[in-house]
Write a protein that binds this ligand. Structure first.
Ligand code: UGA
Length: 434
């Protein structure tokens, strides 16, 4: 059992804190947000993540997990400090490291004995080494060592990903650090999860390379879907057959309105910025960024085509505001661009999302929100499906054809049964299927 502090209680930090406590470690989560700390100590969650609440409550109850605003006391009592603070993008796309830097400054100031600082935040290559040098330059009295342990959690599946990861990557440079991490993750080692032991820079780049490759897969299949649409081919079968090739794999080949979220878009921009700094051509990654922007724009262009009319004055039901299903997160969600484009065209928005309406309302307070998908659909000239929520798979076409004012359905995620929709007299457009 280790005494661990986790600095930052966002999506990554909170899941890591809960998971490490569940492994039997004594964990204290640290955040500057007072209200959040009070909420967490009572077992309340500041965001929606399936399954997390049960783990949070159980580990608080066991006495192994607590939360504080007092970073100095958390550092003093811990031998390992995980960093899970944000690295938001700066104007030029590079990652802003100010939260990480202030965290290590505080660790340098308060650590009394050997402390391992484990970076979970996604950071540009070279950051962990630079942070180690920063600590030394500050003249820390205790020996402090940096480790890079990037996280591969997906929002909406974070608990599953934490307890059953495809691999654990650890960039560490001493036997002592490697041994400590091996102890912390011993539960996963018993489960025979593969561990990749490497240096700091390799670990940092593994994370960026992985997210950039996933983004590339999505951008690729989106362009193929656009082509299949024009060519009269079926993207579902194309993706399935591609996936049967073991060299490609079936995952992340679902076309959609473009990828979003707090990770993929930010990380590929940071990778371009790293290429610029190190004078390495990143033209492929740049093309992925451009293709994704184009994909988001394409949604309203397609809708205009289908409606064969001006958008001005038309009511558009927008189903799905979160950047993907099973989350309330709207950061870089394609819905942000789509709604902005629709509003610019003069359309009236009737929005629905099972979880993300509050977060979306904070950005678009003046559009209409409905408690149910059918509420949003009623009287709409067109329906636009943007997020792959399961509940949209079973939309009632009978009701839709009776209650919609218009006929058009644009299903960017290929969720609905196209044949059935057309049988109900709806003008159904999916994304590259026939
Ligand atoms: C992503 C990675 O998948 C995680 O492994 C990583 O840990 C995380 O970023 C991170 O860096 O913290 P996440 O942002 O939660 O996770 O979301 P994804 O499941 O990767 O989805 C990203 C976007 O791609 C969503 O908008 C989703 O709808 C879209 N997507 C995904 C598609 O359009 N098609 C697909 O086939 C898959």
């Amino acid at each position: 059992m280790k005494d661990i502090a986790v600095i930052g209680t966002g999506y990554v930090g909170l899941v890591v804190a809960v998971g490490l406590a569940d492994f039997g470690n004594r964990v204290i989560g640290v955040d500057i947000d007072d209200a959040k700390i009070i909420m967490l100590n009572k077992g309340g969650l500041p965001f929606y993540e399936p399954g997390l609440k049960d783990y949070l409550e159980a580990n608080i109850e066991s006495g192994r997990l607590s939360f504080t605003q007092d970073i100095s006391s958390a550092i003093v009592r811990s031998t390992v400090v995980f960093l899970a603070v944000g690295t938001p993008p700066k104007r030029d796309g590079s990652a802003n490291l100010k939260y990480l830097e202030s965290s290590v400054d505080t660790i340098a100031k308060y650590a009394r004995a050997y402390t391992l600082v484990v970076t979970k935040s996604t950071v540009p290559v070279g950051t962990n080494r630079a942070l180690g040098e920063r600590i030394r330059a500050l003249g820390a009295t205790a020996e402090i060592e940096m480790v890079s342990n990037p996280e591969f959690l997906r929002e909406g599946r974070a608990i599953q990903d934490f307890f059953h990861p495809d691999r654990v990557v650890i960039g560490a440079e001493s036997d002592r650090a490697r041994k400590t991490l091996a102890d912390i993750y011993s539960a996963l080692r018993l489960d025979e999860v593969p561990f990749v032991w490497c240096g700091l820079e390799t670990a940092e780049l593994i994370k960026y390379a992985t997210n950039a490759f996933l983004a590339t897969k999505i951008a690729f299949i989106n362009q193929m879907a656009n082509l299949a649409d024009k060519a009269g081919a079926d993207i579902a079968l194309i993706a399935k057959s591609m996936g049967m090739d073991g060299r490609i794999g079936e995952k992340f080949l679902h076309p959609g309105p473009g990828f979003g979220g707090s990770c993929l878009p930010k990380d590929i921009r940071a990778l371009v910025s790293a290429g610029n700094n190190l004078n390495v051509d990143m033209s492929l990654v740049k093309a992925v960024i451009a293709a994704n922007e184009e994909q988001k724009t394409r949604v309203v262009v397609k809708l205009r085509e289908l409606l064969g009319a001006q958008l001005r004055g038309l009511s558009i039901a927008v189903l799905g505001l979160a950047f993907k299903s099973n989350t309330d997160d709207v950061r870089e969600s394609p819905a942000l661009r789509v709604v902005a484009d629709l509003l610019e065209g003069g359309a009236l928005i009737r929005a629905h999302d099972p979880r993300a309406m509050d977060n979306f309302r904070a950005i678009f307070p003046d559009i209409s929100y409905y408690a149910s998908a059918h509420g949003a659909i009623k009287g709409a000239d067109a329906v636009l499906v943007l997020t792959e929520w399961n509940e949209y798979r079973s939309l009632d076409f009978n009701l839709m054809s009776r209650e919609m004012k218009g006929r058009v359905i644009l299903d960017t995620r290929n969720l609905l049964n196209s044949k059935l929709a057309r049988e109900h007299g709806l003008v159904y457009w999916d994304n590259g299927r026939i």
